[in-house]
Design a protein. Structure first.
Lengths: 209, 191
């Protein structure tokens, strides 16, 4: 006898797998009780599922290595990644980033070349030559300096003497000039005084004979 | 004194805060189920054990990211699924299902024989179909949980599972034929 519901048959697999809601389940059971085809289908599914349930559950051959085992202990840095450290890490990260950026922006110091003994020896020889030359140049320089100092001192002395002589001559000339000016002024005063007296006398008749 | 078993969600919360002992309890509770699921998927005990180890390690490392402890089981099996299929993809060129033995043709089997017949029948399925059966029949997940674990729609889950059941029904028919008549009588008796 075929099922009367045809395409609207209940989902028997969902029924057998316990995926139908209670109402749908009850309706399916009512239908199955009266439908040989659906009854057969459920029986077949249950047999299959029953057979599947015979599969032995295997014992685990050895325990899963627990996380307390040494190999699974959190690393020291994993502990630091916990939320309580997150803020500190963020700040430290920012500072580190700033230092790094600063380091990259600054001009790089020249990288020293690898040491080459031949080059080193040549550099040492050059250094020695420079020092010897400097020593020799130093003696000559000292003599030149002494001579120049002496010459400068003599020149300065001569200049001082000349300056002193010029000053003395100038002061002498200035003093004489002042004296001459005073004498001239005195003579002029006398002459003017006499002229005034004469003019007074002429005008007033006093002392005119 | 009332002894109350510690719930998984409490253990998960403690383990998420770095309590190793709590996680150890979780491992001991779930290792057998995860191992058996992986064993049926990868069909090799050593591989299943290695993958189980990886699964629990990854779960421990990612536990703080698990937002809803109620989803722990599906989440754990999602990790197991990913790890198993990662292994299967690596070794696929070497696999050869043609050599899988067919179930016995006898209708009256001892339990151990029936178990071996089921094991063989499961190997006939594709990996996707087999996994759907494992999650539903042996792990008892609901369709929506399976969809979450497998990362696919519920319709795909049902399609894989229903096809697998049809295949298993025909593959196991000879093995269960002996019990069919008895079973049918039993059903009639129930109704």
């Amino acid at each position: 006898m075929s099922c009367t519901l045809n395409d609207q048959k209940p989902d028997w697999k969902a029924y057998a797998l316990d995926e139908l809601d209670p109402v749908a389940r009850r309706q399916a059971e009512i239908h199955a009780a009266a439908c040989a085809e659906c009854h057969e289908e459920i029986a077949s599914l249950r047999l299959t599922l029953n057979a599947l349930s015979n599969l032995r559950e295997e014992e685990i051959p050895r325990r899963i290595a627990f996380v307390s085992d040494k190999v699974f202990e959190p690393r020291w840095w994993q502990g630091l990644l916990r939320p309580s450290f997150a803020a500190s890490f963020s700040a430290a990260g920012l500072i580190a980033a700033a230092i790094l950026v600063h380091g990259f922006i600054r001009p790089m110091a020249p990288v020293p070349a690898p040491i080459d003994t031949a080059v080193l020896q040549r550099q040492m020889e050059q250094q020695i030559e420079k020092q010897v030359a400097a020593r020799v140049r130093g003696d000559v320089s000292q003599q030149i300096n002494e001579a120049v100092t002496k010459a400068v001192a003599q020149t300065e002395q001569r200049e001082e003497q000349k300056t002193a002589a010029v000053l003395a001559a100038t002061e002498k000339r200035y003093t004489e000039q002042r004296r001459a000016d005073f004498a001239t002024a005195a003579a002029n005063y006398d002459m003017l005084s006499k002229q005034l007296t004469k003019m007074y006398a002429v005008n007033t008749g006093v002392g005119v004979r | 004194m009332i002894f109350r078993e510690v719930e998984d969600r409490d253990l998960i919360a403690q383990a998420g805060r770095g309590n190793v002992d709590a996680y150890n309890v979780l491992v001991s509770r779930w290792e057998k189920r995860v191992f058996n699921y992986l064993l049926r998927l990868v069909s090799n005990r050593e591989d299943a054990l290695d993958v189980s180890q990886e699964v629990f390690l990854k779960a421990y490392q990612n536990l703080p990211k698990l937002a809803d402890p109620e989803r722990f089981t599906a989440w754990l099996f999602r990790i197991a699924h990913n790890e198993a299929f990662s292994l299967l993809r690596r070794r696929r060129p070497e696999s050869d299902l043609a050599d899988v033995p067919r179930p016995s043709q006898s209708g009256n089997l001892l339990p151990i024989e029936l178990s071996l017949a089921v094991e063989s029948a499961l190997r006939v399925l594709s990996e996707d179909q087999r996994e759907a059966v494992l999650l539903k029949v042996y792990q008892g997940f609901k369709f929506d949980e399976m969809a979450e674990i497998l990362g696919c729609p519920v319709s795909t889950v049902k399609s894989r599972l229903y096809t697998a059941l049809d295949l298993l029904k025909s593959t196991l028919a000879p093995a269960v034929a002996g019990g069919r008549a008895t079973f049918r009588e039993g059903l009639r008796g129930e109704s």
